[in-house]
Design a protein around this ligand. Structure first.
Ligand code: S3P
Length: 441
């Protein structure tokens, strides 16, 4: 877990050098959480290959174990097994469920637990998570009859869930959030009638794909695929899940190679679910040399290998329905924007303010320390390209994606940088620093 108080050693980020070779990023974080959670409420064993062995999925596994689910050790290269307890088999834990730094763990868990009648659960997490909005999940679950209580009208953890029988509902979510959508879908599995979730735009659809594969009676509807319908009553059965590499982790290498003179990288086995590939469209808009090879389908998710090399880049403009398809890649896209010709603009991205940190302010502050020219908007930022970055004293501010984005920026800066709290990267990519060393020349 990312500790908010433990002292950590700053990391020297040397300037210069190039990047060459082949890398495999660890398993997709979103798919890893879902494989553990759905395996837990299925009947029989679920086997998960390629599960992300990082702090966030470890938080999900620890919560499930505390409710009586057998989850085998999570280690690099090891198949993980989950002994499902069935839809109503989770037992009441004797202590607070610690979700660590993981918003996905807490939000999906709220949906999973809201309908566990007669049982009482308390969820908490680290300082960052205790400051993230949870009413966005509690309010729609409330429409289904859930009872979730917490600070500030149930918006902030610690949260208490008093398990209740739930009713089916038609719910319009105010934000395109896969965490909110997935929490409702999980609650809908044991409601007393059908549920439909309608999002303003489609968010990542890993839950829909995987729940169907586990046997849920679920349909994605609408031309924009932003409506999901669920009928309760189907039993879920344990599956074999293969987790592809995380495109949100691959994004650091894609941008690093695109902006670093002489760089040429291949990132193998990357998940290419269309609800996640916005980054590839932006890199194309920038004129980056990225190509996709060996496209294939692995256990219900599209996968491929990505090749990228350095080249000149143009500024980009992004907003609207594209944002949910690249929401986690915006910090590293801000780095790419610093190296492009012209001014890049990011709009409709106010969601970044409620991630592990306020990523708009934090990226503007940290890249600003390197000499970047960034103007923050309420819902995004403008980044002037063509400004030479210089080495600086940097801080991840405990955010994993900030840590890795700054590592990418530091290599092309003039002069070395130092990064405080680099260990944050372990939330989603524990081997990041080793991979950076291995690919650097
Ligand atoms: C996630 C959804 C996204 C993303 C997060 C993981 C998920 O959040 O930022 O890292 O696994 O469902 P929102 O759906 O809240 O935007």
């Amino acid at each position: 877990m990312v500790s908010n108080s433990a002292p950590s050693t700053p990391r020297l980020l040397p300037s210069g050098g190039t990047l060459r070779g082949t890398v495999r990023v660890p398993g997709d974080k979103s798919i890893s959480h879902r494989a553990l959670l759905f395996g837990a409420i299925a009947e029989g064993e679920t086997r998960i290959e390629g599960l992300l062995p990082a702090e966030d999925p470890l938080s999900t596994a620890a919560c499930l174990r505390a409710m009586g689910v057998g989850v085998s050790a999570i280690e690099v290269g090891r198949t993980v097994t989950v002994q499902g307890v069935g839809l109503d088999g989770l037992s009441e834990p004797g202590d607070v469920l610690d979700c660590g730094n993981s918003g996905t763990t807490m939000r999906l868990m709220l949906g999973l637990l809201a309908g566990r009648s007669g049982r009482h659960f308390v969820l908490s997490g680290d300082r960052s998570l205790r400051g993230r909005p949870m009413r966005r999940v509690g309010a729609p679950l409330g429409e289904m009859g859930a009872q979730i209580h917490g600070r500030k009208g149930g918006n902030f953890a610690p949260l208490a869930v008093l398990g209740q029988p739930l009713r089916g509902a038609t719910i319009h979510t105010p934000v395109a959030s896969a965490q909110v959508k997935s929490a409702i879908l999980l609650a809908a599995l044991t409601a007393n009638g059908e549920t439909t979730v309608i999002e303003p735009a489609q968010s990542r659809d890993h839950s829909e794909r995987m729940l169907k594969a586990f046997g849920a009676d679920l349909e994605v509807q609408g031309e924009e695929r932003n409506r999901v319908w669920v009928r309760p009553g189907s039993r879920l059965s344990g599956q074999s899940v293969v987790v592809p590499g995380d495109i949100s982790s691959a994004a650091f290498w894609l941008v690093a190679a695109a902006i670093t003179p002489g760089a040429e990288l291949t990132v193998e086995n990357v998940g290419l679910n269309p609800s996640r590939t916005g980054i590839l469209e932006v890199l194309e808009q920038m004129g980056a040399a990225v190509s996709v090879h060996n496209r294939r389908d692995v256990a219900g998710e599209p996968v491929g290998d990505l090749q990228v090399r350095h080249g000149p880049l143009r500024a980009f403009e992004i907003g609207g329905d594209l944002i949910p398809r690249l929401v986690d890649e915006i910090p590293v896209l801000a780095v790419a924007a610093c190296c492009a010709e012209g001014t890049s603009r990011i709009r409709d991205a106010a969601e970044l303010r409620v991630k592990e940190t306020d990523r708009l302010t934090v990226m503007a502050r940290q890249l600003g320390a390197m000499g970047a020219r960034i103007t923050e908007y309420d819902d995004g930022m403008a980044v002037s390209g063509g400004v030479e970055l210089h080495g600086a004293e940097l801080d991840s501010e405990t955010d994993h994606r900030v840590a890795m984005s700054l590592a990418v920026a530091a290599r092309i800066a003039r002069g070395d940088s130092t990064l405080h709290r680099p260990e944050a990267a372990a939330v989603s990519y524990p081997g990041f620093w080793d991979d950076l060393q291995q690919l650097g020349t």
